[in-house]
Design a protein around this ligand. Structure first.
Ligand code: ADP
Length: 336
């Protein structure tokens, strides 16, 4: 039986941290066994918030290298702007999506209110408003069956299904596949510097641990992790301590996890031991990724050629879908 198609995308917005790895990338790597996977590095999306023009291209190649180092197969990767049909379909689908629905997107409300804080002015682009339509195009253009989503993306997937349904109703046939969410139990990793917030790039350097940072830096960040703050509630594990346990578990160091938990339950856990084990578990996890990255970087040209050709391959599917869409909506289909 043909494998079902999975599509997922990531923005090239800089470093890859442990939250990204455990919350998304590890799952992507695992899905490759059972599904036909297409993973997009979505550079058009990265333009929706204030960004550094000189860094975007560098970040795109850097992310591709990082994804490959973590175990994503090159054949499954593509770069969004190398498949311009995404943007073309997005225009067409803009006409099948209501303005009101876009303004009600939680992420639009959150991000548009952040713009003034992050950028020099309070410019909110139409790109930020219509980005879920581009996301719908990313998914629908490949007729993806499943999209691995976290809670934060559920609303966008629902919008994709609405757009697909509206389009199908308008053209009178089940043209687009209505994609389904693929829920997976991924841990939410918190900032070690402030466990009340999630690990994230946007909060600043001390709030994330990069998968590709030097060992010393990783060790230092974990050593200085916040464990208990102020009043200690004996019946409830603090968020900081819980986060370190989660990291050990996510790294797969289950024996150490059980032993430390036993110590914790007996009230004799030393936080220095917990931090040592967390640091060694994380370092053991990232070591092969870092080594692979060094190898990949020895052959940069080779990688660029491979990603260009996988984007070219996947583009054929996108071109086919767009050709049929143009036919259905009454646009000219002329070959020059
Ligand atoms: P950031 O918040 O650092 O900018 P992104 O929003 O680019 O990260 O997230 C990319 C992917 O990583 C998304 O799938 C997101 O759900 C996941 N992710 C980000 N931060 C975390 C975290 N702290 N824990 C688990 N998953 C996360």
């Amino acid at each position: 039986m043909e494998k079902k198609a999975v599509l997922s995308c990531i923005q090239p917005t800089g470093d890859m941290h442990l939250g990204n790895y455990f919350g998304a990338i590890k799952n992507w790597v695992d899905l490759q066994k059972d599904y036909r996977c297409m993973y997009g590095v979505v550079d058009y999306h990265a333009m929706t918030m204030p960004y550094d023009v000189d860094k975007l291209r560098l970040n795109t190649w850097e992310l591709i290298t990082n994804l490959m180092a973590c175990g994503i197969e090159t054949n499954n990767l593509f770069v969004q702007s190398l498949v311009p049909e995404h943007a073309e379909l997005s225009w067409i689908l803009n006409c099948y999506c209501s303005y009101g629905q876009l303004t009600r997107m939680t992420q639009f409300k959150d991000k548009s209110s952040q713009v003034g804080e992050l950028g020099k002015d309070d410019f909110v682009s139409v790109g930020l408003l219509s980005y879920p339509v581009l996301q719908a195009s990313d998914i629908l253009i490949y007729r993806a069956d499943y999209v691995p989503v976290g809670k934060d993306q559920e609303q966008h997937l629902e919008l994709t299904r609405d757009i697909a349904q509206r389009f199908n109703n308008a053209v009178g046939k089940e043209f687009f596949v209505l994609p389904e969410a693929l829920y997976t139990d991924t841990p939410k990793i918190r900032s070690t510097a402030d466990p009340s917030r999630k690990m994230s790039k946007s909060a600043g350097e001390k709030h994330y641990i990069s998968v590709f940072a030097e060992s010393e830096r990783i060790r230092k960040q974990i050593k200085s992790a916040v464990t208990d703050t102020g009043e200690v509630d004996k019946n409830q594990m603090s968020e900081g301590v819980h986060n370190l346990f989660e990291l050990i578990k996510a790294c797969g160091n289950l024996l150490a996890y059980d032993a430390l938990l036993e110590d914790y339950n007996k009230g004799k856990l030393k936080y220095s031991d917990l931090k040592d084990v967390t640091a060694s578990s994380v370092l053991e996890l990232v070591k092969p990724f870092q080594e692979r990255k060094l190898q990949i970087n020895l052959n940069k040209k080779d990688i660029k050629d491979k990603v260009r050709s996988s984007s070219h391959e996947i583009r054929k599917v996108a071109q086919e879908t767009l050709k049929e869409v143009k036919e259905l909506v009454g646009l000219l289909n002329v070959k020059f």
